[in-house]
Design a protein around this ligand. Structure first.
Ligand code: ZN
Length: 121
C-alpha cells in the first residue's frame, strides 16, 4: 500500500504492509528513496498514522458472530477478549483487514465458530 514518504517533500511514495506472521500482526514500512533505501518493521499493532492510512485506503473490516452461532457467543467473546479487544468494543469489533483476520484465526482456534471478515466501509 503506498504512503507518503517522510524524507521526500516532492510526493515520493513509500510502501506499508500489514501481514500475519507466526500468528502475530507484522508490519513493514519501506522507503525506496532517491537518497537511499530504508525499512522499518514491527509487531502487534501498526503505528497509528499508518494504521489510519490502511483504514482509509483499504477500508474498515468487521468481525461478527455468524448467524446461527449464538450458542457459542460466550466462547466467541472470550476469544476476542483474549485477543486484546477491549470490553467496551466487544459488540462492534472493527479494524484493519489484517487485524480482523488475526482475530478470526484466534476465534477459530478457540471455538467451533468460523467467523467471516467483512468490509464495513
Ligand atoms: Zn522518498
Amino acid at each position: 500500500m503506498p504512503v507518503s514518504c517522510d524524507y521526500c517533500p516532492d510526493g515520493h511514495t513509500a510502501s506499508f504492509h500489514e501481514t500475519i506472521r507466526n500468528g502475530l500482526l507484522h508490519w513493514l514500512l519501506t522507503y525506496d528513496c532517491p537518497r537511499g533505501w530504508t525499512e522499518s518493521i514491527g509487531w502487534h499493532r501498526s503505528p497509528e498514522p499508518f494504521r489510519q492510512a490502511v483504514l482509509a485506503q483499504e477500508g474498515t473490516y468487521r468481525l461478527e458472530l455468524p448467524d446461527g452461532a449464538g450458542s457459542h457467543r460466550v466462547a466467541f467473546l472470550k476469544a476476542l477478549r483474549d485477543g486484546g479487544v477491549p470490553r467496551s468494543a466487544l459488540d462492534r469489533v472493527a479494524g484493519t483487514r489484517t487485524e480482523m483476520e488475526l482475530l478470526a484465526a484466534r476465534v477459530t482456534a478457540a471455538t467451533p465458530v468460523r467467523c467471516e471478515v467483512t468490509r464495513a466501509g
